[in-house]
Design a protein around this ligand. Structure first.
Ligand code: NAP
Ligand code: MG
Length: 522
């Protein structure tokens, strides 16, 4: 006898679920060649219900490469009516996706990982072209994205409810059910990775999604969308739109979206929360900004601490939410440490992100570049420059690695998120003083501690108000561990098993006894 596993037949769930778009125009892709010579098809439309379509308004916007300041391509720009279409498609697909068998859903998510792997060189090159980060960085991001989809495929069907003993007369259990239509709004610093952190767990829990990429970095999200049909994602389950801030606002306020996952600045995060409160009280998770301390004690492994501080601030051009932007260095080693750090930093090359010798590339857009340069100018009035302090001559949004020293923790450059390659070095004397200063900020995303004294490491790690604490390392993010912030750095956690709670509702079921007839127990 052959045992048949119960499953939803593929032809049923691969069709379009009652969603029809009244007026639409398909939008063709464009053949492009990246600066490192990879020719590929770049989708240019909005990905709604399994197709790339033009915006209903017909509007488009330009995508600029920050390392050359030259245009790459024009893309469809989503408006309110396109968001309505995408939400309708996602809503229509909800029931069917929820009922796809556990094995089949896990298989589809694994297909996504395999397809990204197949095209990983293209993904990395396009990310670098669009974002300005080095090719090495983009390749690392793509590997992380592949791992993230594999990891969450493994959770499908394993985020269980419980059987709960309440009394002898009833049967009580909880179920974890999908939330439904999930909106996602992401920033430009890790475009593909931020997409993966949200879409992978959302799909694993049986939700449908509509994601808006950042205006400055929309290309890899559309490439990702172009793989959905081949992976076996039913139409309408994943919808991806491009555009400026406005569509993010529509998503936050949409009455038919059940949850929003937002990553971006604290200022925009407040608006998302407000839009939820004023619309349907959708669930909101927020991954926001930071001003993280990186603490070096005088007993730290000196060379290792130098590398950690360097990676902590200059990785990804400093465009990292958890960057170690405030260096706290103990007074006894201050001079030696800053001198060694300067000589290490003065030996790194910044420039063409496709050049393997570049340590970091260009800031992602002009607005961000101007903001960083303004902070550097203000910093010159507050503290002293150890190195850097200028833009790089020529085209492209390149900023020299910049270190300020003799900074006070209440200075503007030590309190506000700059989001660029700018480090504020502050001196401290003892453990409790540095813990107090480290926690004295509205943010609480991450922190670093460098010491060879285990007792001290434990004491400091347990007293820092931060979602992540790295001891003797920095910026080592893994999708197996929860990530998110205390205080104004956010609400909720992404990654790890923790994120699954954000994408599920808990239902409590009590089955009582029937008080007459066959159901009576004796
Ligand atoms: P942002 O300006 O807040 O933008 C983030 C996203 O929100 C973009 O897609 C943006 O669209 C969209 N948006 C703009 N206005 C909106 C509105 N009123 N309602 C809803 N969405 C809106 O942030 P960013 O400058 O792109 O990114 C940098 C920030 O992200 C930093 O503060 C960084 O710390 C934070 N970040 C946090 C994490 C974390 O995990 N905690 C990770 C990465 C980055 P446009 O692109 O069109 O403006
Ligand atoms: Mg760009």
């Amino acid at each position: 006898m052959v045992f048949k596993f119960p499953r939803v037949a593929s032809p049923i769930f691969r069709r379009s679920f009652g969603f029809t778009r009244a007026v639409y125009k398909l939008q063709p892709s464009k053949k492009l060649t990246t600066p490192n010579g990879i020719t590929y098809e770049q989708p240019t439309g909005l990905f709604i219900n399994g197709e790339f379509v033009a915006a209903r308004s017909g509007k488009e916007f330009e995508v600029i490469s920050p390392s050359t300041e030259k245009k790459i391509v024009d893309l469809a720009e989503a408006g309110k009516e396109d968001i309505d279409d995408a939400v309708a498609a996602a809503k229509a697909a909800t029931l069917a996706w929820e009922h796809v068998s556990v094995d089949e859903r896990a298989g589809i998510i694994r297909n996504i990982a395999a397809l990204i792997e197949k095209h990983k060189d293209t993904f990395a090159a396009v990310e670098t072209w669009d974002n300005g980060k080095t090719l090495g960085m983009s390749s690392g991001d793509v590997e992380g994205v592949i791992g993230c989809f594999k990891y969450y495929a493994g959770f499908v069907g394993k985020h269980f409810g419980k059987v709960v003993d309440v009394d002898v007369d009833s049967f009580n259990y909880t179920r974890r059910e999908p939330v439904g239509v999930c909106g996602m709004v992401i920033p430009w610093n890790f475009p593909l990775m931020m997409l993966a952190w949200k879409i992978a767990p959302a799909l694993a829990c049986g939700n449908t999604v509509i994601l808006k990429s950042a205006e400055s970095t929309p290309l890899t999200a559309l490439l990702f969308a172009s793989l959905m049909n081949e992976a076996g994602i039913p139409k309408g389950v994943v919808n991806i739109v491009s555009g400026a801030g406005e569509p993010g606002g529509y998503i936050s306020a949409h009455p038919e979206i059940n949850k929003v996952a937002f990553t971006g600045s604290t200022a925009t995060g407040r608006k998302v929360l407000e839009a939820s409160a004023k619309s349907n009280l959708k669930k909101v998770t927020l991954e926001l900004g930071g001003k993280s301390p990186n603490i070096v004690f005088d007993d730290a492994d000196f060379e290792q601490a130098i590398e950690s501080v360097l990676i902590g601030i200059f990785y990804n051009q400093g465009e990292v939410c958890c960057a170690g932007t405030r260096l706290f260095v103990q007074a006894g080693i201050k001079e030696k440490f800053l001198e060694a750090l300067k000589s290490r930093v003065d030996n790194i090359t910044i420039g063409d992100p496709f050049d393997p010798n570049s340590f970091y590339g260009a800031q992602t857009n002009r607005q961000q570049f101007d903001k960083v340069m303004e902070y550097i100018d203000e910093g010159k009035n507050e503290a002293h420059i150890l190195t850097g302090g200028h833009r790089r001559d020529g085209d492209g949004f390149f900023v020299q690695p910049t270190i300020f020293y003799d900074v006070k923790n209440n200075h503007k450059i030590a309190q506000e998120e700059i989001f660029g390659p700018v480090l504020a070095a502050i001196t401290f004397n003892d453990v409790d003083e540095v813990i107090k200063m480290a926690n004295d900020t509205p943010y609480g995303l991450a922190a670093g501690v460098h010491t060879t004294n285990l007792n001290r490491a434990l004491y400091v790690a347990n007293h820092l108000k931060a979602g992540t604490v790295w001891v003797n390392c920095y910026n080592v993010i893994s999708h197996h561990m929860p990530f998110g912030g205390y205080k104004e750095s956010g609400h909720g956690r992404e990654l790890g098993a923790e994120v699954l709670n954000n994408y599920t509702e808990v239902k409590a079921v009590r089955i009582g006894q029937i008080s007459s007839g066959i159901g009576v127990h004796k």
